[in-house]
Ligand binder design. Sequence first.
Ligand code: XMP
Length: 504
Amino acid sequence: QTTQLISRRIREIGVYSEVVPGDINVAGGLPADVKGVILSGSPWGVYETGAPAVDPALLDLGLPLLGICYGFHQLVSIYGGEVLPQKKKEFGRAPVHFKADRLLFEGVPGGFTSWMSHGDSVGRLPGDFELIATSESHVAAAKHREREIYGIQFHPEVTHCEYGNEILKNFAIGVCGARAEWSIAGFIEQESAALRQRTSGRKVLTLVSGGVDSTVVAALLLKALDPADVHLMYIDTGFMRKNETGEVERDLRALGAENLYVIDARSEFYSALSGIFDPEEKRRRIGDLFISVQEREIAARRVNDAFLAQGTLYTDMIESGKGIGEKAHVIKSHHNVRSPLVEEKRGRGEILEPLARLYKDEVRELGTLLGLAQSTVERHPFPGPGLAVRILGEVTSEKCDILREADSIFIEELKRRNLYDEIWQAFCVLLPVRSVGVTGDSRNYGYVVSLRAIVSRDGMTADVYPFEMKDLLEISSRITNNVPSIGRVVYDVSSKPPATIEWE
Ligand code: XMP
């Protein structure tokens, strides 16, 4: 996890960085534009069997190196020092004092609070290294006496580490001599040229879902290529959020989309789910129908022979093992359906993944620079099967309309209270029960809606958003006042694990 953070921090400094496997073979050298290498942390101990190890040839390339935590331990062990296993993990803020005024600590005061997270520590430095900083009980940093090889025990990439950005910047720019030239504006130029060259006037198709990534891909293609060659397809399943279809269409038209196919497949999807209660069966039917509608419409628009551009991100590459070695603790998203179209296009080398080098926050910046509305680029994540997994039990068009209404009120209220950006994902769930209520003098049975709002870094784990009770009460009454068929609102206070974010 912090390996990703290191890479992101370096990019924020304006220097392009990539994560590569720790055990990458460097015998053939590294690309000429590599200015330096950072060896990241790891949950392993250097002396454990099977522990990841760098190719020692890396040290012969003459490149500046910075070992962080485990990376430091590796340098120590390669150069003949000693790493001590520790019984107790040191975790959290820890004061560091540095002894020697080095390039790495340029502009950093002699004492600062670092962030530690380690079991092992350096017991004895190799003879080639000198101590440059200490914490209360450990070696905090060291430098090779003759070469630009540094090791640090703390984690400058973690935001709690004071002067962490300065230290990384000192390494990237001061020590390695990299220039701060990485910018999203520059990326647009480079990637546009690459797209033009790769496609050379052929058609490109993108399946737009309404989410941030595919919309940004569409925007980039419209900017980079002749809009006449860009074909955008959006399938309205009937499970989209309120006004979503209209907003996607408006956004893409504003960017010059000429071939935008908005497919109204609502009634097909509603029929496919009629009488179906089992969540797995619902998902399966939606997935299958999606693929068949897609195939049919692509054939009808005669875009079978087009390149297929997808919104794969850098983190997807890493999660699928394409960007990082086998040893990384890989977590693969279980939600991505393998589509025959993608398989076929991949087999023919006709897939374009223009965002594959970017992190999510860079994609948002790119979307903004390309002229997409802020409301589009800041959108919360939304599952492929949409509202269908938020209507427990049988899905009907009537229930979709009720849920859409409640959900849009919830989101509107969050935006009005400036809470939307603090929350990672928020939505309503329509429960399969009716509960009694009173309106005027009569008793009636209304639907129950559950609000869900969570904070998360990546959706793999999640905490419940701790609303002020006043906010919850006001949101609840706005929903029941405006959506007559909803009689009761509850708040889901389950974290993930043990619950999942979605209910189905
Ligand atoms: P769970 O419910 O597994 O969700 O905690 C984690 C994240 O994934 C989203 N999600 C999906 N995304 N297709 C998707 O593209 C799906 O079938 C799907 N199911 C869940 C969910 O909204 C959350 O952001």
